[in-house]
Ligand binder design. Structure first.
Ligand code: ADP
Ligand code: MG
Length: 333
């Protein structure tokens, strides 16, 4: 009985008049996915409820799969197993985990190491610092930096290995974006007319929005003292948006907030870029660049490939200034 009530509540349905006949929008908010809030929405023709439910279930499954394969918060995932082994030991991984590692290493290469999926040991030191209430010492940081470095990960067709003892991989910088892309694919395969997948600060839309020509997306106010300089809404027909900011996840040590994004060159949390929003066609691309730009600052804008646009808030002296790519206005209105 309880299950039935929860299931009904999880699928909010409303009907909207659209250009081509009546469309129905169905929504689900699966909980406990990648440690953040998730919203799934599909648009189907009237009478397409079964297709919609199938699409929502498949999308949820796709998100959860990324979590149970790649989370480093629990010990039983593939990545945790990889993290636990010693140097030069090859660990067999699933094709999807290998693909994420491959993309992560490509980001490392493209950003000169500012994006580094091997910053796990450094993150660990900061996490422990939070527990103990003390900023990590230089020695601890130097030791952790000695156990990281993206060039020390080797991938084969089926497996991965590390070249230094104690190296740990953390794909938190792209995992949500990757998962959103897989969920979108699942929805498309189920045959819906349009859809939206949002996982924390990562979001992607496609097809009919059910509410006019484009998807109108509210961009969250980071609720910082500086406020947000973002436009109130973004309108996009198709594509992905990713926002990185240290207002959702951070370490608190001695009453001060430290970002959960580490500059791998210094081993310290970044401080100069409170918020980045990236628009791209794929979520994994938007996600990776939003993390990388947080490390790189405005200099990183020049590295963005074609089709990727960004808006960043940058600390300059006492002020917060807005920096963006020339194309950002085209996609953000
Ligand atoms: P979120 O959506 O959780 O805010 P982001 O996409 O902003 O995540 O990425 C932050 C996460 O990326 C961190 O929690 C950590 O797991 C990982 N990370 C931190 N620093 C780096 C870095 N320099 N390169 C790659 N990944 C990083
Ligand atoms: Mg990211």
């Amino acid at each position: 009985m309880v299950t039935a009530v929860v299931t009904i509540a999880a699928f909010l349905i409303w009907i909207l008049p659209a250009r081509q006949g009546l469309l129905v929008t169905m929504e689900a908010r699966p909980e406990g996915v990648m440690g953040t809030t998730t919203l799934l929405r599909v648009v189907v023709p009237i009478g397409g409820g079964a297709t919609g439910r199938r699409a929502l279930a498949a999308a949820e499954q796709a998100l959860r799969e990324v979590d149970w394969r790649m989370s480093t918060w629990v010990e039983i995932t593939e990545l945790s197993r990889f993290n636990a082994v010693g140097a030069d030991e090859w660990v067999k991984l699933s094709p999807s985990t290998l693909a994420v590692l491959e993309v992560a290493l490509e980001f490392a290469e493209a950003t000169g190491g500012a994006f580094d999926p091997t910053c796990g040991p450094i993150l660990e030191v900061w996490r422990r610092g939070e527990e103990e209430g003390a900023v990590p010492s230089e020695d601890l940081l130097a030791e952790a930096m000695g156990r990281s470095g993206w060039r020390r990960v080797r991938l084969s067709e089926t497996s991965a290995s590390k070249q230094v003892e104690g190296l740990r991989v953390d794909v938190g910088g792209i995992a949500k974006g990757w998962a959103v892309d897989r969920a979108v694919e699942a929805m498309q395969e189920a045959g819906v007319r349009g859809g939206l997948v949002q996982c924390g600060g990562d979001l992607r839309v496609f097809g009919e929005s059910g509410q006019g020509r484009e998807w109108r997306l509210g961009v969250r106010d980071p609720n910082r003292p500086e406020g947000s300089l973002l436009p109130d809404t973004l309108s996009i027909a198709e594509g992905a948006v990713s926002t990185s900011g240290n207002y959702e996840r951070f370490y608190t040590i001695g009453g001060r907030r430290y970002s959960h994004i580490i500059d791998p060159r210094s081993g310290r949390p970044v401080d100069a870029v409170p918020q980045v929003t990236v628009v791209a066609s794929e979520s994994v691309v938007a996600d990776g660049w939003s993390t990388a730009l947080t490390v790189l600052g405005p200099d990183g804008l020049g590295l963005l490939p074609d089709g990727v646009e960004a808006l960043m808030l940058v600390r300059e002296g006492g002020a917060i200034v807005r920096q963006e790519t020339p194309g950002f206005r085209i996609s953000a209105r």
